[in-house]
Design a protein around this ligand. Structure first.
Ligand code: IVH
Length: 717
């Protein structure tokens, strides 16, 4: 009789599967007990991992077996899509530097923030930036319990079952210094040879090929069928961590060394450097090895080595102050510009898009590239200066052009080869009429600078279908309301649907009621069945209480991106409060305007965008209708237990124990809002020696004043 393990899972009968599953589950459980409770492992890690992978593969093929399984204990979900996992410590992104000067500035910023002189060395690590996708692995008592993708940084997808099939991800961690809770983070990626192999198999099966190893890695990890993940040779480098209350070392270097002891692969090109010159030298070394590494990297990451300094430096928005990614320069290719098309965005901006003869740039086939705006096509920047050589410097259909692509950024047309310009090529005439609605498209004059805006915008507002559709797409998109099953295609369908039109956000939430209990209108339409309609309606219901920051972001107010939306959500706490402030702040003399102006990070452009948005009657009505359907939820307070949570704090004068930046960061970590000036809304002024007008303002408004020592007494530092 052949060994059941040797049969491909797909060929097992359900009886065989049940029998083998039972045997494997018992073996895994026994091994777990031997390892964790008796401290006496009975098998080596490789054998254990092989058992678990087989178990998971069988469960993926026979989901009914999952309920009773040992793998169910660790939260493997059988649902049709991935469950969400909230990261206990957010997964951050990195700021980028593209030049040696920008790296020097980063190092200088770190020195300044910490109040160190330029000649007092600070150690950094330098390591390759792997071009894959990040994954957070949670181990409890040494056993892998969860694997989550980055998602939006706050919440990712539960890919535990899939991660268990990756050989380079240990199922258990070995070593005396493995903490009880250890969230190890790193990059899942595919090597070049394995990527080529996967695409070859895709070709053989008549399936679409992946554009690059990163897409292939993401596609392989985010598979509902874990057997597919198991069949792809995904790899993993560990380089960071999330929750880890007992750290194995006081430095970045030391923790990564511990990862290697615990059974992870860590990157051999990581190096400790003590000067900008040393960092740049290591960057050059890594760059010179790039082509022969066998996997994609897109830069070098520098991190402050001392963890105590990392903690002091903290974060800005979604990136740490203590790290930066030094990216490799953009990649170039030459091709022919076949056409210029105009897209109308949600703010009415007319964006020229270059349609190109397909060309490979850095391993990715590019057919579209941005041409930014009409001045860019003419060959000038916003100051009226020429941006490319050549006479004339413009870009014309038929031109041979250079396409530039750097990392994830949309490729752009950078240069023109005039020697190849066809004799009949004509200058491009940028439309002055919106191609979507026929309204005039104009370039606004900025009231402050008196300069013409670079962007030409449709004046059609809500009557312009392109704007309405793009706004709706934005509203339901991943970083906004994130409604599953409602993507670009579905929004376009509903927008134009005569039976169940969706013209504005509120209409999404009345879809189910309008369709009636029997789903009579939707279910027979193309692409919908009773089940998919029910699923869609459930996903919509699920989003009636969106987090406030996502809701604000989803409204698509100009200049309110994710960071500003979060800032406003934190500051105002409820949508009603923001709305009232946005309306009242139209009066420049109002206290609401002062409060808005004083929020750190909110500049005049944002204030103007908000007052414009809330002052527009159309928007008022649209919001009333939308708020009858949804109830945004306030953000979870940051450190709500702290004595300064929710308070508005201003720092002034000289501080001794911390730099001003550090003070601000600390207050924000404790849930306070730091303002740049004192108003009647200020709760607390922390004044050091030499405080001047702010101290007087505080006295005038009756604001509590304390000194630096008083601050540390208050927050317990
Ligand atoms: S550190 C808090 N190190 O780059 C800092 N990230 O652009 C966390 N990445 O989301 C990241 N290689 O997916 C770090 N050696 C490395 C990396 C790396 C690749 C990715 C990671 C992150 C993204 C940020």
């Amino acid at each position: 009789m052949s060994e059941p393990e040797e049969n491909p899972v797909a060929e097992l009968t359900s009886r065989q599967a049940r029998a083998e599953h039972k045997r494997l589950a018992e073996a895994v459980e026994a091994a777990d007990i031997a390892y964790h409770q008796n401290d006496a492992p009975e098998m080596d890690d490789a054998a254990y991992d092989a058992l678990r992978r087989r178990l998971v593969a069988i469960e993926a093929a026979f989901p009914a077996l999952k309920a009773s399984s040992v793998s169910a204990k660790v939260g493997a979900k059988a649902s049709g899509k991935f469950a969400r996992i909230r990261h206990r410590v957010p997964m951050l992104s990195l700021d980028n530097a593209f030049t040696d000067e920008a790296v020097a500035e980063f190092v200088q910023r770190v020195h300044r923030f910490l109040g160190r002189k330029d000649d007092e060395p600070i150690a950094f690590t330098a390591e390759p930036k792997i071009d894959g996708l990040s994954l957070s692995l949670r181990y409890e008592n040494g056993a892998l319990v969860h694997a989550a993708t980055r998602g939006d940084g706050e919440e990712g997808e539960d890919v535990t079952v899939n991660a268990r099939t990756i050989a380079e991800i240990p199922q258990t961690l070995a070593g005396p210094d493995v903490p009880t809770v250890a969230e190890v983070r790193g990059e899942v990626y595919l090597g070049h040879a394995d990527f080529a192999g996967i695409n070859e198999r895709q070709r053989e099966k008549g399936l679409p090929e992946f554009a690059n190893p990163r897409n292939a890695a993401a596609g392989s990890l985010r598979q509902l069928d874990a057997t597919i993940t198991a069949s792809r040779p995904l790899r993993f480098f560990a380089y960071a961590w999330g929750e880890m209350p007992e750290l194995p070392a006081p430095t970045q270097w030391g923790v990564v060394e511990a990862f290697a002891r615990w059974g992870f692969r860590t990157n051999p090109l990581m190096k400790r450097c003590e000067s900008v010159e040393a960092l740049i030298a290591h960057y050059r070394l890594i760059e010179s090895q790039r082509a022969t590494l066998g996997y994609d990297i897109d830069g070098v990451v520098y991190k402050v080595d001392e963890l105590s300094l990392q903690a002091r430096l903290g974060f800005v928005s979604r990136a740490p102050r203590w790290a930066i990614a030094h990216k490799f320069p953009a990649e170039l290719a030459t091709t022919v510009l076949e056409a210029i098309e105009i897209q109308v965005g949600r703010t009415g901006a007319l964006s020229p898009v270059a349609r190109l003869r397909p060309v490979t740039v850095g391993g990715v086939v590019v057919t579209n590239a941005t041409l930014h705006n009409e001045d860019y096509i003419r060959g000038y920047d916003s100051k009226g200066e020429r941006i490319r050589d050549g006479e004339p410097p413009d870009i014309r259909v038929g031109d041979t052009v250079t396409v530039k692509r750097a990392g994830d950024v949309i490729p752009r047309v950078a240069a023109v080869d005039l020697s190849k310009r066809p004799a009949d090529a004509k200058p491009y005439e940028f439309p002055t009429i919106c191609p979507a609605c026929g309204s005039h498209a104009t370039r606004e004059i900025n009231p402050r600078s008196g300069k013409e805006d670079a962007v030409r915008r449709c004046t059609g507002g809500l009557i312009c279908p392109a704007q309405a559709v793009e706004r709706l797409k934005h509203f339901v998109s991943r970083d906004a309301l994130d409604i599953d099953g409602l993507g670009d295609k579905q929004i376009e369908f509903f927008h134009g649907d005569p039976d169940l039109p969706v013209k504005e956000p509120a209409d999404i939430f009345t879809l189910a009621a309008r369709d009636g209990a029997n789903l009579k209108k939707l279910k027979d339409k193309e692409g919908f069945g009773a089940q998919s309609v029910a699923k869609l309606f459930a996903a919509i219901e699920d989003r009636r209480t969106p987090p406030l920051n996502r809701f604000i972001f989803g409204l698509g107010i100009r200049h309110i991106g994710e960071t500003n939306a979060r800032l406003l959500a934190r500051h105002y706490g409820s949508f009603e409060a923001l709305r009232a402030a946005g309306l009242a702040a139209a009066d420049p003399a109002s206290s609401e305007r002062q409060e808005l102006d004083a929020i750190d990070g909110v500049g005049p452009t944002v204030v103007e965008a908000l007052t414009d948005f809330f002052g527009e009657p159309h928007n008022e009505e649209l919001l009333d209708r939308l708020l009858a359907q949804v109830t945004p939820q306030p953000l979870e307070a940051v450190a709500s237990a702290s004595p300064v949570a929710g308070k508005i704090v201003v720092f002034t004068g000289a501080l001794e124990r911390m730099t001003r930046d550090e003070a601000k960061a600390m207050a924000e970590r404790l849930g306070a809002k730091v303002a740049g000036s004192v108003s009647s809304k200020t709760d607390l002024l922390v004044a050091g020696p030499g405080a001047g007008s702010k101290l007087k303002d505080a006295q005038k408004h009756g604001v509590q004043v304390i000194d630096e020592a008083g601050w540390f007494d208050l927050v317990g530092g």
